[in-house]
Design a binder for this molecule. Structure first.
Ligand code: UT7
Length: 331
């Protein structure tokens, strides 16, 4: 064991310009602003438009935002990890392209996918690389172009998801700040409740599957909802208990933005003041791997060195968990 911990030392974010409001969705599917707002907390989401623009476009913008804010020399970055459920292409990694485009020419790069928990699980991976002492600067980017896998005739999914990206820099810390503890879990029996069946390696897209729109994602919302509420809260409670963290010692809940009711339920379960709950679901919807770093980007100016942050996420797979991190800087 070393006395090095992995700390977040910078953040950046990017969302596309086009705003898909609840009012626009009312003209596309049988839904209404009241239903969407009361059931999810979402008012609008961002959609990436433009030919040949994929997830890497947003990952690059988020990384460039971080680089500009901090004057980071991209040549000093050792590793670029892109957490995403919507890679640009098959076989060609989104992260390698992203790293080259931002000038991280001395880095290696790889993608990871754990659906909506991709960024959370990515934090665990990059922390181990930092703690090893081998790598000094790691860029972890959470980015998803969810609009690429949504059927905009399916009101059960099209109202929830949006596009966006956030980036964080991880570096070594020797003051005890950064990653403190983590509890991560998976249950593959959950895959039937949130999935796109065709276009992967088990089922190629056929004329018939295309007509039936099986290349888009399907969600059994109620089942996912129940599992999300139980497991996200359960993981957060266990992290708090085993670190002797009373709710008054928690400064922020950084929860995956899938549904405001799920976030509220998690906050209630740990008895947390609503002012300590980061929330931006109303403007971005569920950006999958983008939600956690976009929260950090939006709330960066309010965060103080030493703040106790509890991260929590749940998503397809099922994959879920909670991470305890001490914030490492004042902005
Ligand atoms: O990030 C990945 C993990 N994903 C999640 O965590 C999402 C979890 N699930 C959810 O957030 C919620 O289940 C949804 C927001 C997807 C749906 O909310 P719900 O309260 O579970 O609604 P429901 O699916 O039980 O549907 C209730 C009613 C149904 O009508 P009936 O059968 O009661 O007449 C639906 O047909 O609402 C209807 N409905 C809608 N009505 C207007 C479903 N979608 C819509 C809609 N607009 N968009």
């Amino acid at each position: 064991m070393t006395n090095i911990s992995a700390a977040i030392t910078a953040v950046g974010g990017y969302v596309p310009d086009f705003i898909l409001t609840n009012q626009i969705l009312e003209t596309m599917v049988d839904t209404n602003d009241d239903w969407i707002t009361s059931r999810t907390g979402i008012k609008e989401r961002r959609i990436l438009k433009g030919e040949n623009k994929g997830t890497s476009f947003m990952a690059i913008q988020a990384a460039k935002n971080l680089i500009q804010k901090t004057n980071l020399d991209p040549k000093t970055i050792d590793l670029v990890v892109v957490a995403t459920a919507t890679p640009d292409m098959k076989a060609a990694s989104t992260s390698a392209y992203t790293a080259s485009e931002i000038g991280a020419t001395n880095a290696f790069a790889f993608d990871i996918d754990a659906a909506c928990s991709s960024f959370l699980f990515g934090m665990s991976i990059v922390a181990r690389y930092i703690e090893s002492g081998i790598y000094k600067k790691i860029l972890l980017i959470g980015a998803d172009k969810n609009s690429s896998m949504i059927n905009y005739e399916d009101r059960a999914t099209c109202i929830i998801f949006g596009d966006g990206a956030g980036a964080v820099l991880f570096e070594a810390n020797q003051e005890g700040l950064g990653m403190q503890d983590e509890l991560l879990r998976s249950d593959g029996t959950g895959r039937e409740f949130l999935r796109g069946t065709h276009g992967g390696s088990s089922n190629a897209i056929t004329e018939e599957s295309f007509k039936e729109k099986n290349h888009f994602i399907y969600q059994d919302g109620k089942t996912v909802f129940k599992n999300a509420v139980f497991n996200m809260a359960d993981a957060a409670v266990k992290i708090l208990d085993r670190n002797n963290l009373d709710n008054d010692k928690v400064d922020w809940l950084v929860a995956h933005q899938a549904n405001k009711r799920i976030i509220d339920a998690t906050a209630n379960r740990i008895n947390l003041d609503p002012n300590k709950v980061m929330m931006n679901i109303e403007k971005y919807g569920n950006t999958t791997s983008g939600t956690l770093p976009l929260l950090l980007s939006d709330y960066e100016s309010k965060l103080k060195k030493g703040d106790n942050l509890i991260f929590a996420a749940f998503g397809g797979g099922f994959n879920w968990g909670s991470i305890y991190l001490k914030w490492a800087y004042n902005s």
